[in-house]
Each structure stands twice: as structure tokens, then as C-alpha cells.
Design a protein around this ligand. Sequence first.
Ligand SMILES: [Zn+2]
Length: 472
Amino acid sequence: MVKRAPLKLAKILLAVALLGAALALPLTARAQGDGDNLPTYVVRPGDTLSDIAFAFGVDVRALMAANHITNPNSLRAGQTLVIPGLEGVTGRLIVQKTAFGDSLFSVGRALHIPAHKLARLNHLVSPFQFYAGKPIVVPESAKPAAGERLLLGDESLLDAALRSHQSVWALVFANGLHARWDAIPGDVLIAPAGNGAKGALSAFPSGFAATLKPREWVQGRTGEVVLSAKGAEKVVGEFDGEKMPFFRWKAKPNGWVALKGIHALAEPGIYPLSLTVTLADGRSFGFAQAVRVVAGDYYYEKLNVPPSLLNPELNRKEERFLEQKTAAAMPQRYWEGKFAPPEKPPFSDCHPSYFGARRNYNSGAFFWYHTGLDFCGRVGTPIYAPAGGKVVFVGKTEIHGNVTIIDHGWGVYTLYCHQSAALVKEGQTVHKGDLIGKVGRTGRVTGPHLHWEVRVDGMPVDPQEWLDRVFP
Ligand SMILES: [Zn+2]
């Protein structure tokens, strides 16, 4: 592990150097014998002018002017547009959707376009801008190279060539290397396959696949990375500088899953996600990509409660306490399928307040958000376990009243607050549908209800998502 760090730094420095060079080098996209004309794009069904302008990084008005378009609705599929603002580029261009696992380098290598030229074509000034799902512009004539993706260990290119039954020079040419000693441990090389084999853009070695669910992560919701990695012994992840634990998912061969709770007040934007896979044979593979976090659709609400309970120090103390109780991530998973609502009809669909609401207490500033989903109910309405788990806390708190916490494994917890009675004990195993407590009005409340929380990797997330969809 210690030896990986300088390698990563070297890659970053290389990226910076290449992108620096990008500003000075001309680019020629060879295609279709268009000579020295401006590059072109053929409109596809469903394209809008603003989509096209966004994909090519040009202003809509500049795009309209270059094509003498006065009415943006006059665009039709099959129409050829010239693309301004790409001096030195010629030929026909297409827009390709990238997936999680594609990088500027892997796409460049697969399409035989140097990374700095690809960066220039896409107006990228940093590899960080190559986020998962980004549409990228490539020459139409460029087709992804087919072949096995070889993960290099501490071996020479010659050894790698022997392992894949290739000549060294075939590897050198297929991967745009400058020389035989150009490949470094951890690099993923294309071992060219014969005609007819399907090409790929991914940076992952053969036998690996990763999916980001959903493709863009949302404030206050649960982000998921599903990885299959043949031969993996250990996977560690990091999101925005924080550890993101991966767990073995036994239902899928070579399956691993990481779940990440996104803060409800996280600034929308792009965030770095990285993972490092260590194989049983000692080779390791590292990958980093930016992931988009978009705004959730949350509303504002005003509440009045006894001023004595708004003590910020008390709030912080209680939050720290709940954080401690929900911090550990158990490698065993106790749930299967969707979670069930913790109350039965007619209360199961009745919510006095939703997750994520920006809250204003006693006419103060909007300073906090609602960390759970509230369910209606009377004092004594039964509460049921939404999924299997282990009870890790039962006790009384000042703000949340009588609280029960269930650990469902993989860093997923549920919390039951303001109860009139808790009917389970710490250490007890519960199953989906077990009676665990009764609705009450203990703690900081305006009336009887159940405040239900789902916490993932220490972060409160929208519980509705756990009722609506299956994780993983
Ligand atoms: Zn609540």
C-alpha cells in the first residue's frame, strides 16, 4: 500500500502536464475527408440545440449564428451542424455518453486519441471535470479498441505480453506507449483482440465492472457503488475525502457494495470518488472519478417548540451521541429487499413532516433540516421493525425522547424516536414485522408521532427511498 502513493502522484502530475500541453497543441480529428472545414455534427432524434451546445461546450447563440439558425425549434434529425470554437479540429464529431469507470485516459487509449487532445476537444482543463455520465465529444471515425484489459502488477511489459499471448510491440502500439518501459504497475493495458470483438472505453481491467446507482447522487439520499471484481480480496473506497466501506455482496459473483449517505445540505457539484482493489495475487488497481451531487427537492417549514429545548449545545451533544451509536459498520447484512413502513395503515402513508425539510424553530433563521420521516399516530400506536437487524440502543434522550436504534448491517441503521414505550432490549435480534415499540410524544415534539430515521454510513438519509427501492 505504501508504494501506491507516489504512483498516484505521478499520474496526477502527468495529467496536469498533459492538460497544460493541451493548450498549445493543434488537434486534427481525421474523418470523412472534410478537408479544412469546421468540424460537423449530425443531429440525432431528440437532440435540442441547448443539449448540443452543452455537449460541445459552446454558447447556444454562437451555435445558432454559425449555422444561420434563427428559430431553435427548426432543428431536425439528420441535419448537419457546424461546430464553432474548435479551431484546428476538422471532420465529423459525435457525442458519446460516458459511464462510471471511464476516464479521460482510458477513453483516449481505447480511441487512440492522446488524452491531451481529447481534453482539448472537450474543453476540459482538469481530469476532475470528467465526471461519471459526462457526455464527451469524439471523432465519429474513432472506434473503441477491442481486447482484454490487462492489469499490470510488478512485472515487465514483456511478462505482461507473454501472459496475454501478445508481442511486446503490439502492446506498445495498441496503448500509445512511447517505449517498452512506459507502462507502470497498476496500469491497465489493452491486449488487442481480433476483428469482431466488442470494444470498451472503461478504465477497469477485464473481469471488473462497476455501476453507480443512481448515476447522479442526490442531497440527502443514498448513493450506491456496485462493483464486481474478479480475484479481489479487499476493496477500499473514499468519497469526498471520507472513507466509504465496501462489503462483500455474496448474492453476486465477485460482488462488492458500498453505500454512502449524502448530507442533506451538501453543496450541489462534483465530488471525488475513488476505490482501490487489492487482488489475491498482490496486484492492485486504483480508480478515481468525479461524481455529480445534485440538489434534492426539499421544502421549508416553521415550528414552535419550548425554547429550553433549542439549546444548541444540547442539540450537538445529542447528535454526537446518536452519531456514536450509528458509526460502526457491521460486515453482515440483516435486511433483504425493500424496507416496510414502521406503522400499519392508515398511518403508514400519513406523514406530518418529510425528510430534508429546511427547518425554522420559533421564527429563527433556517438553521437545520429534518433528519427523518415522521409518521402520524396516537399515543400507543404500534411500531414494527421495517427489516431484520440487531437492537443496539434503547433509552431516553432529551430531544428525541424514548429512542430505539436498530443496526441492519453494512452501516445502515434505523432510529425510532418520541416513543411512549420501547418493547425491545439492547442486543436483541429483530425480524421484519416484529412489534418493537409504541408511538408517543416524548422529547421535543408538538404532538404524538413517530420520527423515523434511516442512517447510512453515519449520515441521515431520506427513509422514503428505502421504502421504495431495493438496496443493493
Ligand atoms: Zn421528525
